[in-house]
Design a protein around this ligand. Sequence first.
Ligand SMILES: NC(=O)c1ccc[n+]([C@@H]2O[C@H](COP(=O)([O-])OP(=O)(O)OC[C@H]3O[C@@H](n4cnc5c(N)ncnc54)[C@H](OP(=O)(O)O)[C@@H]3O)[C@@H](O)[C@H]2O)c1
Length: 337
Amino acid sequence: MKGVVATSLGSSWSLVDDLERPKPDKHQVLVRSLVTGINPMDELMRTTDLLVKEWPVVLGCDASGEAVEVGEEVTKFKVGDGIFGCTRLGFKEYGTFQEFVGFLFLLDSHLMDEELAFKRPGNISVEEAATVGVGLLTAAICLAEGNHISFPSSPANAGDDAEWFVVLGGTSSVGQYAIKIVLAAGADETFDYKLSEIRQLNEIWSWTLGKFAGVFDVSAANTNVGLNAFREFSTASRKTFSTTNDWDTIPTSPEESIEIYRVHLGELGRYGEVKGDEINRAVKKYIPVLEDLLANGYLVPVEGEVAAVGFEQIRNGVEALGKARSGKKVLVKLQEY
Ligand SMILES: NC(=O)c1ccc[n+]([C@@H]2O[C@H](COP(=O)([O-])OP(=O)(O)OC[C@H]3O[C@@H](n4cnc5c(N)ncnc54)[C@H](OP(=O)(O)O)[C@@H]3O)[C@@H](O)[C@H]2O)c1
C-alpha cells in the first residue's frame, strides 16, 4: 500500500507503494487514513529522531479516517465508523501518512485501548476531525490535570483569585482549543508574544491586576513569562502552571507554591513506561467527556485549511505549516471519500 516514509534521520520524504497493510489485533482498529492534520511533531521527528522507534518511519499523528477492520474484542467501533484522534508516535504502523493505519494497537491485551480514539459524531466532518486529536487532547489534559479546571465551566467560578486565566500561545491549535474549553466565547484580551518579556508582563498585569491563579504555556517557549507573572503580581495562594514543554528544567522553589504540570502526549500508547501509562490514563479518562462536548456542539473544531491533496503532496503540507498560517490547522486530504 501507498504511503510516505522518512528512511533515516534527516532524510527527505519519499513516496512508496510497498508498505505492508497492518493486521488488526483483537483490540485494534484498522483505519483508512482520509485526512491528516500536519503537526509540528512531524518535522521535529524527521529531523531530530525524537520519539522515533525505528527507521524507516511513517510520520503523521493527527488522524481522521474510517474504520475498515476491527479486532474481535473491539466494542466501541464497527466497520464504517468515523474515527479520529492522536495516533501513537514514532512507530511505522501508526503514522497517518499511509493508506491504512493501525490504530489502538495493544501490547498488553487487558487494557481497553480502544478508548484512546474518538468516534466521529455526525455533526463533525472528516476534515474537521483532523484538527482535533493532538490539539484538543493536549489542551484538555493540561487544563484538567495541570490547572484543575473542570470543564465545561469557567475558572471564574473558582474564586476571586481566579478571575483570569492566562494562555501563552493562544493562536496555536492547542491554544485555540484551550481557549474554547476555558471560555466558550473566546479570549477576553490578547497580547503579542513577540513583545519583550517586560512588555508581556505589563500586558498581563494591565488586564488581570494579578487576579489569576492559572497559566497554560501552550507555546512551550514562554516558561519565564508565565512563572514571572506569578512571581511578580499573582494574588492567588494556589498557582498552577501547565506546559507543553516536557524537556527543559523548570526552576521553581517550594516557597513559590507554583504547581507544575507537563504533558507528554507524544508518549501515548507506550504501555509499561511511566510517562506512557500516565498519558494513556488521562486520554482514556477525557475522551468520553470530550466526545460529548463535540457531539452536543459545546466544542467546535478549530478552523482547518486543506493545503495539499494526495500522498504525493504531503511534503507541501508539512512545508505549509512552516509558513505563517496563524490560526488555521494545516490539513492534507489523502484519499477520496
Ligand atoms: N508535550 C506534548 O505532549 C505536546 C503536545 C502537543 C503540542 N506540543 C507542543 O506545543 C506547541 C504547540 O503545538 P500546536 O500543535 O498547537 O502548534 P501550532 O498549531 O503549529 O502553533 C504554532 C503557533 O504558535 C505560535 N507561536 C510560536 N511561537 C510562540 C511563542 N513563543 N509564544 C506564543 N505563541 C507562539 C505561532 O503563532 P503566530 O503564527 O501568530 O506567530 C504559531 O502559529 C508546539 O511546540 C508543540 O510541539 C507538545
